[in-house]
Design a protein around this ligand. Structure first.
Ligand SMILES: Cc1cc2nc3c(=O)[nH]c(=O)nc-3n(C[C@H](O)[C@H](O)[C@H](O)COP(=O)(O)OP(=O)(O)OC[C@H]3O[C@@H](n4cnc5c(N)ncnc54)[C@H](O)[C@@H]3O)c2cc1C
Length: 435
């Protein structure tokens, strides 16, 4: 490799992964360029809406005093619905409304710009409105990136690809063989404006407290799930849908979202709201099973670019995994640069360290969860069973006596075509997956 470099490291993508990587590199005293194709960090980014901030505790102590937060999530609900019924497990925790908090709703343009500013404050050079269009290579190793600027080649000892789902940099480096569409879901979201006091009233919260509702059984024939999150003066209402099954059917995601919004459990929450924005984005749903190589000669991959978003039914966490992996990538790159060895061997401790953090530990443990969550049992049979059993339990049958719970469950299982053997098998599978 030529010894002339523009920077020690180039980080492509100023999302949470890229900002964290650049922050750690800059703090280690390395020169780092953070490239972003949008006019500012976060300008192109969408998600559901909840950031789980624990990963920031060490990176930015007391981050909650300055992070651009909409509401602190103190109510977390899991809703299971059928056509016109819904069962909700609703968990409230006042402790989550005080430091160090648990989760917060935040707008991505605000949050990403704030995190990237931490990197620039530490010395990273942020270059926006600039797209990395390819990799520069020498003798098989990555030595920089091409950009869409005139004379825009940039050379560095390490490139960190944080360019999001479907990372074309990781693909170009030959690290990403898995492009099976069944590994991906598409997320669609409406931001619906409502006055703060209306949101407080409808969701039963006060002040800066907010609600996170995850929903299953709301996506018709397309496997997936839904969500409703409260911001200060808007709601994030969306669906996550299996990409191949959405493509194979003839129902548009907007139509599925419209149907969820008219469900009797959701309609009163969104009534009278004004749709301020509609957005869509792909999610690397299969997690561990679709992860690319994380380390190459002169290159590391982090965040969604490495399929590190955890989409496991009751959990949809990507920002914290992006920050966790980005920060580790930044540290590994800084150490390798310090040793003067940024070959794949020199960078290898990135993966080793990730394995000892939640990033790869959670992904490995929950690797079967995406399949389970997308299975017909979870998507179709479980919602019907749960709602059916509760309907029978709470419907007053006078003058007939109440049927016993066992009889109700057996009757409903028979109606849904679920045998006891199958129920036990799937129950064990769920225990193994989440246990
Ligand atoms: C519908 C939906 C709901 C979600 N809900 C949540 C949630 O509630 N909580 C949660 O934690 N996670 C959620 N996620 C996941 C989360 O959004 C991602 O996991 C997270 O954004 C990944 O961060 P990242 O930095 O790896 O990638 P990204 O956020 O995608 O950032 C990539 C950055 O790279 C830039 N870029 C891309 N290519 C180039 C290029 N060639 N040159 C220069 N710049 C480039 C992009 O503009 C972007 O800024 C959700 C995702 C979706 C789609």
């Amino acid at each position: 490799m030529s010894s002339v470099t523009d920077f020690d490291a180039i980080v492509v993508g100023a999302g949470p992964a890229g900002a964290a990587a650049a922050l750690e590199l800059a703090r280690a005293g390395r020169s780092v360029c953070l490239l972003e194709r949008g006019p500012f960090p976060g300008s192109k980014n969408m998600y559901g809406g909840v950031v789980y901030g624990r990963i920031l505790d060490t990176l930015i102590p007391a981050w909650w005093e300055e992070a651009p937060v909409q509401r602190w999530v103190t109510r977390r609900s899991t809703m299971i619905m059928t056509g016109d019924q819904a069962v909700t497990v609703d968990f409230r925790n006042e402790a989550w409304g005080a430091a160090p908090y648990n989760g917060a709703t935040a707008y991505r343009p605000d949050f990403d710009a704030w995190l990237a500013a931490k990197a620039t404050d530490a010395g990273a050079v942020l270059v926006c409105s600039t797209t990395a269009t390819g990799l520069l290579r020498e003798g098989g190793r990555v030595v920089g990136v091409r950009t869409d600027r005139p004379d825009g080649d940039l050379r560095a000892s390490v490139v960190i690809a944080c360019d999001g789902v479907n990372s074309f940099l990781a693909k170009e480096a030959g690290m990403y063989p898995h492009t099976d569409p069944s590994n991906f879901t598409v997320g669609v979201k409406e931001t619906i404006g409502l006055p703060r006091e209306v949101i407080d009233e409808r969701f039963g919260v006060r002040g800066d407290h907010g609600v996170d509702i995850e929903i299953i059984g709301c996506t018709g024939d397309v496997p997936g799930g839904g969500f409703v999150y409260t911001n200060g003066e808007s709601l994030a209402v969306g669906l996550v849908l299996s990409l191949p099954q959405l493509a194979a059917g003839d129902t548009r995601p907007e139509e599925l979202l419209r149907r969820m919004k008219t469900h009797p459990a959701i309609a009163p929450l969104v009534e009278g709201g004004e749709v301020l924005e509609y957005s869509a984005h792909v999610i690397p749903e299969a997690g561990y099973e679709m992860m690319p190589e994380l380390v190459g000669d002169g290159i590391l991959v982090a965040g969604d670019a490495a399929a590190m978003c955890l989409a496991a039914g009751i959990w949809l966490e990507g920002v914290n995994f992006a920050i966790g992996s980005g920060a580790e990538a930044g540290r590994a790159a800084a150490r390798a640069i310090g040793r003067g060895d940024t070959s794949s061997a020199g960078l290898a401790d990135y993966r080793r360290r990730l394995e000892s953090t939640f990033v790869l530990a959670d992904h490995h443990r929950l690797r079967a969860a995406p399949h389970l969550v997308m299975s017909p049992l979870a998507q179709q049979q479980l919602p019907k069973l749960a709602c059916g059993v509760l309907e029978d339990l709470f419907t007053v049958t006078n003058p007939e006596p109440k049927p016993g719970l066992r009889r109700i469950v057996r009757r409903r299982m028979k109606r849904e075509g679920v045998s006891t053997r199958e129920a036990l098998k799937q129950g064990l599978r769920a225990l193994r997956t989440f246990g």
